[in-house]
Design a binder for this molecule. Structure first.
Ligand code: ZN
Length: 479
């Protein structure tokens, strides 16, 4: 038996195959199920034609399902392990629009890796959300004045305005036609308004009619002037009860993880997290450098020559004087050439390179050579880059960075320690510490590394005394 991804635009055939599978865990697959329900009711999400993909063998049993309503990204809600690459290849071969991906974060990341490997595109995280389910209903801790009521057609303009304000503020794509979106929800009594103490509408919560025993709350919106008074809690509480009264066994909602206030409101009402959901978009990874080169070229053409020298050239800290001109930017090189020691091959820091000053068996501090000022490098013993560090290693790096800075600034005659990470030359993580001599005001700031290349080195005896003192200082600091 060979399983494969099958692409179709036949909503009903797909629904028959995939819905029983998705309905086994309706809360987890709320996105796909509610999109299918809306499509069956004739709702349109955008100009593009919806498409569907199901994973199955020749017996026709469906074991995976993907739903897409362009221009929205496909919902990769249920993709079996080991079939991500095949999914990406199937969608790519069919030439269907894939603007990004949305769904549970692990699924989105695995699909993103497959899609970028097939297309050469790069992915950008555009939304971080958490799906909540109403598990332990708890009334608002501080009830707000007023009352809930079901919206009527007289509220249409108000709610359309609030819906568009919500989309703008939450940076989500607005509905194709907001009136067409809001009116059916009002007609179906699915829009709840909270009226403040004086009867003025101050907040609203929409919801979907129950599908497979499940209703989703959203959007919830309170205009800026009426926030902070508990209206959003109150209207969500009312809309959640209304969803239960509609017959929903499960009441769910998505929150924006970058908005801690809304997350705490829903937790307080008894909503509990189900999973974290991500949305990614796919982009051409060369766009950033092309934008840079285009800006430089336009500026040079406008000026009719080179870019002007920056103020930096007049600073007292700038090491050079005389006639200078700004270089032109070279063409981009993508992919970039390998850095020194890439993949741990022929990596100098992995062998002994430079003078060891201190180590704890995981990290080492070393000095490369006598430089114009004392220069030290902090590195992990293992071949790791900055973004490879786990939480424990990252925490240790923070402690060590401060300890080394303290030990170097404690040396007599050090005005300030500079701390830098570039990472462009060598893959093995190395954090630079430069000891700027007290009183050397020209060595302050960002030009110090350039001074290092022109100043004669410290003499050996001074260097040795400093290294011994730094080692002793770290021993006291770190135990
Ligand atoms: Zn290395």
């Amino acid at each position: 038996m060979t399983a494969a991804w099958h692409l179709t635009d036949d909503l009903h055939d797909f629904g028959e195959r995939a819905e029983p599978l998705l309905a086994r865990d309706p809360v987890r697959h709320t996105q796909a199920l509610l999109i299918l329900a809306a499509l069956k009711q004739g709702r349109r999400f955008g100009e593009g034609a919806p498409y569907f993909a199901w994973w199955g063998d020749e017996n026709g049993e469906c074991l995976g399902a993907v739903v897409c309503t362009p221009p929205f990204p496909p919902v990769v809600g249920l993709v079996p392990e080991g079939s991500f690459q095949a999914l990406a290849e199937t969608l790519f071969a069919a030439g269907v629009p894939v603007s990004g991906a949305s769904g549970e974060i692990g699924q989105v990341q695995r699909f993103g890796r497959a899609w970028t490997s097939v297309t050469g595109l790069h992915q950008r995280l555009t939304a971080a959300q958490r799906l909540y389910s109403w598990a332990e209903p708890t009334p608002p801790a501080q009830p707000a004045p007023g009352r809930a009521r079901t919206a009527t057609i007289d509220d249409l303009d108000l709610l359309c305005g609030w819906w568009m304000a919500f989309a703008d503020e939450a940076d989500v794509r607005p509905p194709l036609d907001v009136t067409e979106t809001v009116r059916p929800l009002i007609d179906a009594a699915l829009m709840t308004i909270w009226e403040g103490g004086n009867g003025r509408p101050v907040s609203f919560a929409g919801r979907r009619a129950p599908e497979v025993g499940m209703s989703r709350i959203g959007p919830v919106y309170t205009p800026p002037g009426d926030r902070g008074r508990g209206y959003a809690s109150q209207v969500t509480w009312a809309a959640s009860h209304a969803a239960r009264a509609d017959g929903a066994e499960y009441v769910t909602l998505f929150t924006d993880l970058t908005n801690p206030t809304s997350n705490s409101i829903y937790r307080q009402l008894g909503y509990r997290p189900v999973f974290d959901a991500a949305m990614v978009g796919f982009e051409d990874g060369s766009a950033r450098v092309r934008s840079l080169l285009a800006r430089e070229r336009t500026a040079v053409e406008t000026l009719g020559g080179r870019l002007p020298l920056p103020d930096l050239a007049d600073w007292g800290t700038f090491p050079f004087e005389g006639s200078l001109q700004v270089k032109r930017l070279d063409a981009a090189v993508i992919p970039e050439p390998a850095r020194q020691g890439e993949g741990g091959v022929d990596c100098p820091p992995c062998t002994v390179s430079g003078r060891a000053v201190w180590t704890d068996g995981q990290w080492k501090l070393k000095a490369l050579r006598p430089d114009g000022v004392l220069a030290l490098l902090l590195e992990p013993l293992a071949h790791l880059d900055l973004t490879d560090l786990d939480a424990t290693q990252a925490a240790r790096l923070g402690v060590l960075t401060v300890a080394v800075a303290r030990a170097v600034e404690a040396l007599p005659g050090v005005g300030r320690v500079h701390v830098n990470r570039y990472g462009d030359g060598s893959e093995h993580l190395h954090i630079w510490f430069f000891a700027r001599p007290l009183g050397a005001l020209q060595l302050r700031g960002s030009c110090l590394p350039d001074w290092l290349d022109v100043l004669p080195p410290i003499d050996d005896a001074e260097w040795e005394r400093d290294l011994a003192s730094v080692a002793a200082g770290l021993a006291f600091e770190l135990g």
